[in-house]
Design a protein around this ligand. Structure first.
Ligand SMILES: Nc1ncnc2c1ncn2[C@@H]1O[C@H](COP(=O)(O)OP(=O)(O)OP(=O)(O)O)[C@@H](O)[C@H]1O
Length: 289
């Protein structure tokens, strides 16, 4: 398989804190979208910043299209479009002013494409960016990332705080982007429903460690949450569930193959699952005492 991004054993220790990125490993096949999820403080932004060399990693390798970000032989940076939840331009500039600056910076800058995105997103080109709403700012930022012909987009909480209509517009743009199978996306988000709409793969990080990487379809269609009483739970082999928690008198266990599980245990109820339900179950929120 051809990978757009391969992260292997990425480690980062911050001074004066116990938190560390602990051998973070995942990869994104070309033409696909990976949704990066985890609780607040789990390490999503740290991972993204270390991948982009914004913070210095302690060890591990990060390869975009087979090349190291620090490899001078190839200008990988132009191939990567980054969208954070803020825009780092002088707020008194207009989109037109910024376009001029960017056309000097990026060798593959496409002016017409940029203005066509502004038009599509209804972003005025002659108003100061400080007058933009949050949604406009995000759409502006995405227009920039797409107009320097990036092949890889990295988005950290890019849809946070946006209304559903704007979010859908942005998600559709991402889906259009990966229609070209040379293009790929890494997107972190707390809005699981957004990831369920667009992601091909989901990676879950908790306390600086990747605890699950799975195709979204498998999570939605093959995984399930089995709900049972304690005496039924005690009959299960440990290898038959991924994690579990007690809720009242019931035990919920996350299982990865609901078809074979239900064949073996026809009396145990299995519900379809969602990212929002899986997260608390696998991040060890609650365990049986
Ligand atoms: N520069 C830093 N120095 C020390 N600790 C840091 C630094 N940046 C982040 N941390 C710590 O690293 C941990 C992970 O933070 P990070 O921002 O990566 O998590 P996150 O998953 O992106 O969280 P959120 O969903 O809240 O944005 C937190 O405990 C945070 O306090």
């Amino acid at each position: 398989m051809d990978y757009a991004l391969k992260v292997e054993n990425l480690c980062k220790v911050y001074e004066n804190t116990d938190f560390k990125l602990d051998n973070v490993t995942f990869s994104i096949p070309k033409g696909s979208i990976l949704g990066f999820v985890g609780k607040n403080g789990a390490g999503k932004s740290s991972t993204i910043n270390a991948i982009l060399n914004i913070i210095k990693k302690n060890s591990g390798t990060v390869k975009f299209f087979g090349y190291d970000m620090t490899d001078d032989a190839i200008s990988i940076k132009e191939d990567i479009g980054v969208v954070f939840d803020t825009v780092n331009f002088n707020q008194d500039l207009t989109a037109k002013n910024i376009e001029k600056i960017l056309s000097d910076i990026y060798t593959n800058w496409d002016k017409d494409l940029f203005f066509s995105y502004l038009e599509k997103f209804k972003i005025p080109s002659d108003k100061k960016i400080k007058t933009f709403s949050r949604g406009m700012t995000m759409k502006f930022s995405i227009s920039i990332a797409l107009s320097h012909k990036a092949r890889f987009l990295i988005l950290d909480e890019a849809t946070a705080g946006l209304d559903p209509v704007v979010r859908e517009e942005i998600l559709d743009t991402f889906l259009d982007f990966v229609e070209d199978e040379n293009n790929s996306i890494l997107i972190s988000s707390h809005i699981s429903s957004d990831l369920e709409k667009i992601a091909d793969y989901i990676a879950v990080i908790d306390d600086g460690k990747i605890i699950l990487t799975e195709s979204k379809d498998a999570l939605i269609y093959e995984y399930g949450i089995a709900r049972m009483k304690r005496n039924d739970f005690d009959k299960l082999q440990k290898s038959e569930y991924i994690s579990y928690r007690q809720r009242g008198l019931q035990i919920e266990a996350l299982i990865s193959d609901k078809v074979s599980f239900s064949k073996k245990y026809p009396n145990i109820t299995i519900d379809v699952t969602s990212i929002d339900e899986i997260l608390p179950l696998i991040t060890k929120g609650e365990q049986i005492k």
